[in-house]
Design a protein around this ligand. Sequence first.
Ligand SMILES: *Cc1c(COP(=O)(O)O)cnc(C)c1O
Length: 224
Amino acid sequence: LTDVESRVAAACSRVGRARESVRLVAVTKTVSEQVIALLPELGIFDLGESRPQVLSRKAEALKQYPIRWHLIGHLQRNKVETTLPQVALLHSVDSMRLLQEVAKWGRQQANPCSILLQVNASREEQKGGWSYEELTTSLDTIQQIDGVQVQGLMGMAAFSDDPEAARPTFRELRQFRDQIQPRWQRGPFDQLSMGMSGDYEVAIEEGATLIRIGSTLFEGLSEN
Ligand SMILES: *Cc1c(COP(=O)(O)O)cnc(C)c1O
């Protein structure tokens, strides 16, 4: 954690950003509740899980801690109701149908659900998310939908051993956010969730506001 923190701070200072402009989300999908329970003591309150059922189980087991849970993996529409009560920010809204279902739930709760729209930034067929074209066309429709607070975008770069390979993907995602922002009438559209263990420093240089880090934090502590 100390190493990650110093790399985050260095990346921020290389591009003249304030450290507070980047939030670390610790991705706990490979570790137990016992390990997770240590994180609040270390000042880590933003935790990410990729599977809805696992998030629900861990959130229930750790409900005495002031944790903000981030769902970063695919959510099926039939799990919206059981999962969202525990989710502070849903990063992975990857289709209009899911968006509609989440918004319906938000209206029922009379409390808009905070979400990010997941973009298939790397244009890989096996990855989920909206294409840039789809999202551009759907933007006006999305802005009419009550029950969600859309805070920005989430994306992933293609897997590579070279962090620099991710840079063009991250830059394109940021430029897309910048292009949407002036058209967006429904509150700030300023969040960019991008960067994982292998590429978070590049992501910060390119404007990430949320970085999702798992393996580099939990090496040696993982259960699988
Ligand atoms: C697992 C996961 C991460 C964390 O990846 P690491 O390489 O372990 O840091 C980030 N984002 C998503 C969507 C993930 O599923």
